[in-house]
Design a protein around this ligand. Structure first.
Ligand SMILES: Cc1cc2nc3c(=O)[nH]c(=O)nc-3n(C[C@H](O)[C@H](O)[C@H](O)COP(=O)(O)OP(=O)(O)OC[C@H]3O[C@@H](n4cnc5c(N)ncnc54)[C@H](O)[C@@H]3O)c2cc1C
Length: 297
């Protein structure tokens, strides 16, 4: 049986890192998902002037400071992208790439806002030819045509994997670079406009023409919270939280840009701290409830 963590933290930006820091100090078992590069929202900042105690620092320097702090506390980042979080009542199941699953008693969503607006037809055909995890769903496209809309170079590995199963793979990179793709994958420099179909996807309309396709994988940096956690209450594109960073789902917290404006490092880290503190309180209360339930009358 897989290990059940006290807290699963999704996101390696300031909100997720601060949440992890607090979980570590409070001696909780936790798993932190993201990348060792932390967050592009940190490294992209040319010059940060509003960070208390660090009067003039670049994003790269801030990232180095965060990394040093994590190393000092022996906090490890699990490099997996979480595609789904399912609430099972008193615990959560998180699905990563390659159908890896994790279990945790509580979850903190700190995924930032880099998910963009959905394409026309994307929500309508979700699960009917539209997907966000190519490696998870590739077996559904055996001998079929698949189109991959790729926001970053990590998508290349997924495209190469799908190519082993599908009969044809189109790759639409929305970034510049040297693409490390298997020979046979067709790279198209076009912008997606709309996904069309009847009961299932059959076309992708792009700026350069129409692609006949059985499936479209949209591989963004981040997945919209509505898709990530079914049943999560939203306020526009942000997750609805109260002052304790609680969402509408028991044991599920959110922190950082994903909870609303103003976007910023200090706010994100502060909310990560609050979310983590309250997750610890939640775990204690849940334990107390379990003990009282199991105590013979
Ligand atoms: C160019 C630029 C300059 C900026 N300058 C400033 C500034 O000077 N001062 C300031 O206060 N703010 C600034 N900001 C804003 C600041 O970067 C954000 O407010 C802050 O990074 C938000 O932190 P966060 O933890 O909420 O999310 P993010 O930093 O966006 O981190 C989210 C992390 O979650 C990961 N993730 C997302 N989905 C998943 C998933 N499904 N599974 C696993 N991991 C996932 C992402 O890869 C990312 O690492 C700037 C932003 C930009 C782009």
């Amino acid at each position: 049986m897989s290990k059940k963590y006290d807290i699963a933290i999704i996101g390696s930006g300031p909100a997720g890192l601060q949440a992890a820091l607090n979980a570590k100090i409070r001696k909780k078992s936790f798993i932190l998902f993201g990348t060792k590069e932390l967050s592009k929202m940190i490294t992209k900042a040319p010059h940060i002037q509003n960070y208390l105690g660090l009067p003039s620092i670049t994003g790269e320097e801030l990232k180095d400071k965060y990394t040093e702090h994590l190393e000092n506390l022996n906090i490890i980042i699990t490099e997996d992208k979480i595609n789904n979080v399912f609430s099972m009542g008193d615990y959560f199941v998180l699905m990563g790439q390659d159908n890896t699953s994790y279990e945790a008693s509580s979850v903190i969503i700190a995924t930032g806002i880099a998910f963009g607006k959905p394409y026309k037809g994307e929500e309508e055909f979700l699960g009917k030819g539209v997907g966000y995890c190519a490696t998870c769903d590739a077996p559904l496209y055996k001998d079929k045509t698949v189109t991959i809309i790729a926001q970053n170079s990590e998508s290349e590995e997924e495209a190469n994997y799908v190519y082993e199963i599908a009969s044809k793979v189109y790759f639409l990179p929305l970034y510049k670079g040297n693409y490390h793709l298997k020979e046979g994958i067709e790279v198209l420099h076009a912008r997606p406009i709309e996904i069309e179909g009847d009961t299932k996807v059959n076309k992708l309309i792009t700026t350069e023409g129409v692609i006949e396709t059985d499936g479209v994988f949209i591989l963004r940096e981040s997945i919209s919270p509505k898709q990530l956690v079914p049943g999560l209450a939203m306020d526009g594109k942000h997750i609805k939280v109260n002052q304790d960073m609680e969402t509408n789902l028991k044991g599920c917290y959110a922190a950082g840009d994903i909870t609303g404006k103003p976007y910023g490092y200090i706010r994100a880290a502060g909310q990560g701290y609050i979310a983590s503190l309250n997750a610890v309180v939640y775990l204690k209360d849940a334990d107390a409830f379990e003990v009282s339930q199991n105590t013979p009358q």
